[in-house]
Ligand binder design. Sequence first.
Ligand SMILES: NC(=O)c1ccc[n+]([C@@H]2O[C@H](COP(=O)([O-])OP(=O)(O)OC[C@H]3O[C@@H](n4cnc5c(N)ncnc54)[C@H](OP(=O)(O)O)[C@@H]3O)[C@@H](O)[C@H]2O)c1
Length: 240
Amino acid sequence: MVKPKVLITGASKGLGLAMAKKLSKDYTLILHASKDESIREFREGNYLLTADLANPEELKEFCKKLKTEHGEDLYGVINNAGIALDKPLLFQPEKDIEKMMAVNLKAPIIISKTAMKIFGLKNKGVIINVSSCVAETGNAFQSVYAATKAGLIAFSKSLAKEAAALYQDHQIRVLSISPGFIQTPMTDAIPESEKEKYLRMIPAQRFGKADEIAETIAFLLSDKAPYINGSNIDINGGLF
Ligand SMILES: NC(=O)c1ccc[n+]([C@@H]2O[C@H](COP(=O)([O-])OP(=O)(O)OC[C@H]3O[C@@H](n4cnc5c(N)ncnc54)[C@H](OP(=O)(O)O)[C@@H]3O)[C@@H](O)[C@H]2O)c1
C-alpha cells in the first residue's frame, strides 16, 4: 500500500527530527530544512525538499515543487521550522523582525495555502502549525517571536473554519500545538541561569522531550483524532 505523504518543515534537528523518527513508519516523509546538507537522518525512502523560508523566491519554488511533485499523495503538513532571535524590542534590528515574521508566520501561511489547494481536491488532509506557549503567556525579550506564534494560532483556527465554508463533507483539519520548554538545539542556546528560572515555573519539574511532542503530532495527524480541529494543543508540563 502507498503510504500517504507528510511534509515536516525544519526536520533537520530538534522537534522536527523527533517527528521524522516517529512518523517514518506510517508515512512517506517530505523532509525540509534550510539546505540539503542540514538533513542527515531519515533520507532513505523519503524525499528532501529544502528552502530558506526567509527567502521569498525559495519559498515560491518550494511550494511549486510541493504541489507538482507531491500533490497527489500529500496528506499532512507540519509547519515546524522556526527561529527565535531573542532581544529586547528596543534593540531588535528590523532585519531580525522581518526574518522571524517570514520564517515563523509568512512561510506557514504560504505553505498552508498550497496545501489547501491540494487538500481541497480530495477533501482530505491535516495541517499542524507549531506555535509556542509564549503565544499565550507572552515572554520578555521574545515579543516578536511570541507575536508570530500567536499569529499561527489565530491563523489555524480561521483556516479550519474556512475549510468548512469552502468544502462539503470534508476531512480537512487545521490545528496548532504550543510546546512549552522542550530540550532541543534551540533551547540549548539559552543560558543556564535562564533555564533554572523556567524550570521553577514548570509543575512537571522538568523540561519536555522532543519525543513527547512527536507523540502528540502522530496522534493529531492520525484518524484517531477526527474531531480535533481548529484547536491549539498545549504540551508544556503545566507551564503557564
Ligand atoms: N524547543 C522548544 O522549547 C520550543 C518551544 C515552543 C515552540 N518551539 C517551536 O518548535 C519549532 C521547532 O523548534 P526546535 O526547538 O526544534 O528548533 P531547532 O532545533 O532550532 O530547529 C529549527 C529547525 O527550523 C529550520 N529553520 C530555521 N530557520 C530556517 C529558515 N530560514 N529556512 C528554513 N528552515 C529553517 C532549521 O533548519 P536548518 O537546520 O537548516 O537551520 C531546523 O530544522 C519552532 O517553530 C519553534 O519555534 C520550540
